[in-house]
Design a binder for this molecule. Structure first.
Ligand code: UD1
Length: 429
C-alpha cells in the first residue's frame, strides 16, 4: 500500500491551481443517466472517485469518453468527459460498487425516473458515522415511488412514472437534495423541495439540469420549485471549483507561514472559512482570478468553530482546521454537528504532538509550540489531508499510511504541494 512521506518545515510558496469540485463532479456524472443525449463536463478533476463512478455508470450503460489534452493545455486544466446514456442496460447498482463509494447511491433517482424501477445497494463510503438514507427514500416516496428494502438493497418502483409532489427534507442533506432534484425534473407535474441543501454543489447540479432542459426555480435557496419535463437533452457544463480543496490549501499555506495563490478559487464558495482564517491572523486577499493566502511572521491565534450546512463552516474542512489550530496560540473549540464520528484524525494528530481533548461532539485544541513527525494512518478522506497539513509543519519526517483515501478526493496533491516547495513524495508498495 502506498504511503506519503513529508519532511516538514518548508514554507509553501507559489501558485496552486484549484481543480473542479469532487462533490459537484460526482452528481453531475450521475445526471447523465437522465438523458439519452450526451452530457459534456469540463474541468473534471483527476480522482479515484471519478474513475470508480465512471466504472459504475458504465455498468448501467453509460458510455464515457475522456477528451485528450489539447495543445496548450496542462494537467491543471482538468479533463473533459462526454457521457452518453443511450439505453440504461442495467437498473441494478450492486453492493460491490455502491459500498466503495457512497455517492453512487444517488443513481437511484435518475434510473428510477427514467426506467420506472431501480435496485440499488445500501451505501458504504467514508466511516464517519451511520449515514442513513431515510431522507432519500422519503423524497422518492413523496413523488409516488414504491420502496422496499430487501437483502441490503433498496428496490424502488414507479411503473407509471413519478408524479410531482411536496418533498420536505427533515434535515439538510446534500445527497437527498441531489436525489430529490434528479427525480423531480422528470416527474409529471410540479414539485417543491423544502429545506433543500444550499451547498454550491447542489446549485451546480441544478444549473446543469437547467442547461439540459429542466425547469427549476429557487436554485441556491432552501426551497426549489421544479416543473417536470418529459425528457432532457444534451448540454455542456463546467464543474465549479473545489471549495474544500481551496480551504485545504489555504490552511496548508497558513500552517507553514507561507504565501500561496489559489488560482481559480472562488471566495464566495467558502466565506465562513476565509473569515475564520482571517480571524486567526491569516492574510486573505481576493482577486479576480483567485485567492491569495499568506501568513508572514506572525503566529496563529486560536479560533472556535461549529460545522454547519452551507453557508456555515463545512464539515469537510473540520479536520484540516483542527490540524491548523494544533500550533495556534490558545485553545480552540471545534464542534462537529453534521457527522457523529468525524474525529478519527484526533488520535493521529496526537501522534504528531497535538494536544486535543475530545468530549462528545466537541474537541478542545490547545496550541503547542510545534509538532514532530511520526508515522500516522489516514482514516478517511478529509482526515488524511489534515495529517498532510500537520506533517507540512511538523519537525522531521511524517509517514502517512492508507493514502488511498486521499486519492479519492484530492487531485494530484503531492504535485501541487511540491510545486510550492513542500518536501513530499509517495512511497509505493
Ligand atoms: C455530502 C458530501 C460530503 C459532505 C456532506 C455534508 C458528496 C459526495 N459528499 O455527503 O463530502 O461531508 O455532504 O456536507 O457530496 N442524513 C440522514 N438521512 C439521510 C441522509 C443524510 O439523516 O437520508 C444525515 C447524515 O447522516 C448527516 C447529515 O444528514 O448527519 C448530512 O449528510 P448529507 O448532507 O446527506 O451528506 P452526503 O450527501 O452523504
Amino acid at each position: 500500500m502506498d504511503r506519503i512521506r513529508i519532511v516538514g518545515g518548508q514554507r509553501l510558496q507559489g501558485t496552486i491551481a484549484i481543480s473542479g469540485a469532487k462533490n459537484a463532479a460526482l452528481p453531475l456524472m450521475i445526471a447523465s443517466l437522465l438523458t439519452r443525449e450526451t452530457l459534456t463536463l469540463h474541468s473534471m478533476p483527476r480522482l479515484a472517485d471519478v474513475t470508480l463512478l465512471g466504472r459504475i455508470l458504465g455498468n448501467h450503460g453509460v458510455d464515457i469518453t475522456i477528451a485528450g489534452k489539447k495543445a496548450g493545455q496542462s494537467t491543471s486544466d482538468g479533463q473533459t468527459f462526454r457521457l452518453t446514456s443511450g439505453d440504461i442496460v442495467d437498473t441494478t447498482a450492486p453492493y460491490e460498487m455502491v459500498a466503495r463509494m457512497r455517492a453512487s447511491f444517488w443513481v437511484l433517482a435518475p434510473i428510477l425516473a427514467r426506467c420506472g424501477e431501480a435496485k440499488v445497494s445500501l451505501p458504504g463510503g467514508c466511516a464517519i458515522g451511520t449515514r442513513p438514507v431515510d431522507l432519500h427514500l422519503s423524497a422518492l416516496e413523496a413523488l409516488g415511488a414504491e420502496i422496499e428494502l430487501e437483502g441490503g438493497y433498496v428496490i424502488a418502483k414507479a411503473p407509471k412514472g413519478l408524479v410531482g409532489g411536496r418533498i420536505h427534507l427533515g434535515k439538510v442533506s446534500v445527497g437527498a437534495t441531489h436525489n430529490a432534484l434528479m427525480a423531480a425534473v422528470l416527474a409529471r407535474g410540479d414539485s417543491v423541495i423544502e429545506n433543500a441543501a444550499r451547498e454550491p454543489e447542489v446549485a451546480d447540479l441544478a444549473n446543469c439540469l437547467v442547461k439540459m432542459g429542466a425547469k427549476i426555480e429557487g436554485i441556491g435557496t432552501d426551497t426549489m420549485h421544479i416543473e417536470g419535463v418529459t425528457s432532457l437533452h444534451e448540454a455542456e457544463h463546467t464543474v465549479l471549483p473545489d471549495r474544500i480543496e481551496t480551504g485545504t490549501y489555504a490552511m496548508a499555506a497558513a500552517i507553514t507561514g507561507g504565501e500561496v495563490f489559489l488560482e481559480g478559487a472562488r471566495p464566495d464558495l467558502l466565506r465562513e472559512a476565509l473569515q475564520l482564517l482571517q480571524g486567526s491572523g491569516v492574510e486573505v486577499e481576493e482577486t479576480a482570478t483567485g485567492i491569495r493566502v499568506a501568513r508572514n511572521g506572525s503566529g496563529l491565534e486560536a479560533v472556535s468553530v461549529e460545522t454547519q450546512p452551507f453557508p456555515g463552516f463545512p464539515t469537510d474542512l473540520q479536520a484540516q482546521l483542527m490540524a491548523l489550530m494544533c500550533t495556534a496560540r490558545g485553545v480552540s473549540e471545534v464542534r462537529e454537528t453534521i457527522f457523529e464520528n468525524r474525529f478519527m484524525h484526533v488520535q493521529e494528530l496526537a501522534r504528531l504532538g497535538a494536544n486535543i481533548d475530545l468530549n462528545g461532539d466537541t474537541a478542545l485544541v490547545t496550541g503547542v509550540e510545534g509538532l514532530t513527525g511520526a508515522q500516522v494512518m489516514a482514516t478517511d478522506l478529509r482526515a488524511s489531508v489534515s495529517l498532510i497539513i500537520a506533517g507540512l509543519a511538523a519537525q522531521g519526517e511524517t509517514l502517512i499510511g492508507r493514502v488511498y483515501h486521499l486519492d479519492r478526493g484530492f487531485d494530484r496533491i503531492e504535485e501541487k504541494l511540491r510545486q510550492c516547495g513542500a518536501q513530499i513524495d509517495r512511497l509505493s508498495g
